[in-house]
Design a protein around this ligand. Sequence first.
Ligand SMILES: [Zn+2]
Length: 394
Amino acid sequence: MLDRRVGAGSDRLKSAPMTSSETRLHSGEGMVEFEMVGNLALSLSLWLCFSLSLCLCLALSQCFLNAVVQCLSHTRGLRDYCLVKAYRQEMCSREEPHLMEAFSQVLLSLWDVNEENHNTKVNPGKFYSIFKDAVPYFSGYSQQDAQEFLRFLLDRLHCEINRRPYVRLTSLEPEPKCKIQPLVLNINASAMWKRHLERDDSKIVDLFTGQLRSSLHCSVCSHYSTCFDVFCDLSLPVPKRSATGGGSLRECLDLFTQEEKLDEENAPMCERCNRRTESTKRLTIQRFPQVIVMHLNRFAMSRYMVCRSTVCVSFPLTSLDMGPYGPVDCGPVLYDLYAVCNHSGTVNMGHYTACCLENDGSGWCCYNDSCVTPISENQLQSAQAYVLFYQRRK
Ligand SMILES: [Zn+2]
């Protein structure tokens, strides 16, 4: 297995003996370093992210990238797939997968086994510039959102390495109608999933894609309808501050899956009434992905501005049971946490870091642009936790 070591019994990271199949990050003096800020001095990068100066926006707009890349590079299934470049055998398109190649190159450099490269730093500049060409939305110098970046990145990578040919959707295909019997629902969900895989099938889908079920109930005629959508992450509402000052991931999931009242303006058409009617909507998870990415939506629109919630949301590190949010009687569906993307600061001026669980049992490390430091499990729980990465237990 690919691996990297952290010195035991010490707060310093150091190198450890490796076998030929092992790899690790480059060890510097007292810390593992990888440069994510181009030619800017590494020690400046943290400070830059808090700086208001306009000419220093390069680092400001890149810490989101560093944090997301670290979380993805600790997603074992994806990392191993990239390192052996398995997409080259699988992909359908004959076009060069430029972004996938550049992304894999960043991972290869992070997990480099060559002794002589240990003091070199990884610069994702090429990867980022290819990404910006593919997604021009990210070309500006404004503060970018890590979760948005993750969505765009996974989508672009998927498009390049899709095992199916690209099919242009000319018109909205009619959705199969559902009856409310659970058996028919499950058959329908499977049929929809199969349809999805006929067009979109890649390692990204294998790992990150799940299926959401949305149930609508018309308050006028009591008609039920159900539709299924795929998702690559769940964006969860963060509860209001409680008496104890904090909330839990379970509360966020409860809010996400609770019945929501839709007024006439916001409700979809009722098939039976043939008009928009007051209805209720409920989301549940129909198909669980191998990796479930959960975004704690800390940014809420108030009347005049976007506000950032500072509620500390606690979350389990192991044995998160998602079963209660799945189909009836699906039993426990257990997940373990392996990475957290943190956001600190305000709406306009923020900084991203990543906390990742190392594969060799040495515990958690915090990746702050160019610095890596070991951290304890209880340091993970903070009001900064922003995107949680959980791996389904086999
Ligand atoms: Zn109706």
